[in-house]
Design a protein around this ligand. Structure first.
Ligand SMILES: Cc1cc2nc3c(=O)[nH]c(=O)nc-3n(C[C@H](O)[C@H](O)[C@H](O)COP(=O)(O)OP(=O)(O)OC[C@H]3O[C@@H](n4cnc5c(N)ncnc54)[C@H](O)[C@@H]3O)c2cc1C
Length: 433
């Protein structure tokens, strides 16, 4: 058994998604000795379907099912789900966060200066995203380009690899922050699955983790859990915080597809443009996915007649702000039912998407089964943690999607980066490290 020395590290961060990577990087840049423990692998991102399945699609590990066969994915690798995200940067819900005494405006502005956040250029916008945008706007919708976390000088036309992890370094993801920190002295241990936090006299002093099935321990005077919306509550419960992992959101979505005769494509950046139907509680965007994934969507709902039409198929995603509910099992199993109101909201989006697709010339329109990709709210501010993201135990903090206090409905990465920067500032301002 390995015992990482009590004096060696100032901080242990568990999990390297946008929340963990940001706080780990900021603390490293501030001169702290940071140990980052990550369950997944740090192998280079190849952009292959095989690697995507290993890191995003293994049932009961990264692909979790709940009632009605709703599948929920999370990335288990350095960078977490952001390796596979669509790189869309939505403005954080500042009003909602302010209600909980959390202000991340300054940190978000700092992030916008630091990262390549901008709408995709027309050259890189694919013909399917353009057709959907034209159609929606001609129907009077305000369908606009969205801002993306993309280094556009490295991005390629006719490329579908956002979905499989970008091997060209064009899509910014949380690995970039881990790499920055690594160059400045961060210690990263991969394949390290943290099982619980070690508490002594009401204070967090270290973590128990398993690496290659062997139990290990690591110690530091400050512990930050950033294992994501599913991983974090599992660790907190094992540590004694039994209320974690209830009443959460996961932003369910459906994909609505229809075939057009005059476009041959299917290889383009997804989520280039869209609109936020705030009152109806959903967001709609284009979502061109690789052929295998599209084939899966079609097969899942029995539309075998559409499987071969990928190159001619326009797809719109509808992502809903779901009602809080459900519970996780102690091992991270997801138990959540969508409410009738959630289904109705998605159905209203479906009707709108059908009109946009028909107006774009599409035929044979169908919708996919339900999927979810943004689990959060499992260790909420004002419930499990305070507005400084501290738990009931001294020296134990949480920083990832699980802290978001209310149902969100929008892609959260920019919010998580803001929260990570804010937490690092708060911790540096304290004398303890
Ligand atoms: C297909 C897809 C598309 C998306 N598109 C967008 C988008 O366009 N824009 C956007 O903003 N968001 C998007 N998202 C969502 C976004 O990627 C996530 O919300 C975000 O990555 C969550 O960050 P996090 O820090 O909470 O945790 P995660 O990214 O889930 O990272 C948690 C990390 O902790 C590790 N971990 C888990 N358990 C343990 C443990 N016990 N011990 C050690 N390590 C552990 C995991 O391996 C992982 O690396 C998308 C997600 C998916 C899947």
């Amino acid at each position: 058994m390995e015992n990482l020395n009590k004096k060696e590290f100032d901080v242990i961060v568990v999990g390297s998604g946008p929340g963990g990577a940001t706080v780990a990087r900021e603390l490293t840049l501030a001169g702290k000795k940071v140990l980052l423990l990550e369950q997944g692998s740090n192998a280079p991102v190849t952009g292959s379907m095989f690697q995507t399945i290993r890191w995003l699609g293994i049932p009961f590990r990264s692909l979790l099912f709940t009632y009605n066969a709703l599948g929920m994915v999370r990335g288990i690798t350095t960078g977490g789900s952001s390796v596979y995200y669509y790189g869309t940067a939505f403005e954080p819900p500042h009003d909602m966060l302010n209600r909980y005494n959390v202000d991340i405006k300054a940190e978000v502005e700092e992030t916008k200066k630091e990262l390549p956040i901008a709408p995709l250029s027309d050259d890189l916008t694919g013909p399917m995203a353009k057709r959907i945008m034209e159609s929606a706007n001609s129907l009077g919708y305000n369908w606009q380009k969205l801002t993306k976390f993309i280094f556009q000088d490295r991005c390629r036309q006719d490329c579908w690899r956002c979905n499989y992890g970008c091997p060209y370094g064009a899509k910014w993801n949380a690995r970039n922050y881990v790499e920055d920190a690594f160059r400045k002295g961060l210690t990263l241990i991969n394949g390290a699955k943290v099982t619980k936090v070690i508490i002594e006299n009401g204070k967090a002093v270290g973590v128990d983790y398993k690496r290659r099935l062997i139990p290990q321990k690591a110690y530091a005077p400050l512990i930050i859990i950033s294992a994501g919306g599913i991983g974090t509550p599992v660790i907190l419960r094992a540590t004694g915080i039994k209320k974690a992992g209830f009443n959460f959101f996961f932003d369910p979505l459906i994909a609505v597809s229809g075939t057009v005769k005059d476009i041959t494509g299917g290889k383009e950046v997804p989520m280039v443009a869209g609109m936020h139907m705030q009152e109806d509680g959903y967001v709609m965007t284009d979502m061109t996915v690789p052929s295998a994934l599209y084939g899966g969507f079609a097969a899942q709902v029995g539309r075998f007649d559409r499987i071969m039409s990928h190159k001619h198929t326009l797809t719109i995603m509808i992502k809903e702000k779901d009602s809080l509910g459900g519970q996780l099992t102690d091992r991270g199993g997801v138990r959540k039912r969508l409410l009738e109101s959630d289904y109705q909201s998605l159905l209203r989006g479906y009707e709108r998407a059908k009109k946009i697709l028909k107006n774009a010339g599409a035929k044979s329109i169908f919708k996919s089964w339900y999927i979810a990709a943004h689990p959060g709210g499992t260790a909420k501010i004002n419930d499990i943690i305070d507005s400084n993201l501290k738990t009931e135990f001294d020296n134990l903090y949480v920083c990832d999607c699980s802290v978001i206090p209310e149902s969100f409905g929008l892609p959260p990465t920019l919010t998580l980066i803001g929260l990570g920067k804010r937490l690092a500032k708060h911790l540096c301002a304290k004398t303890q490290i």
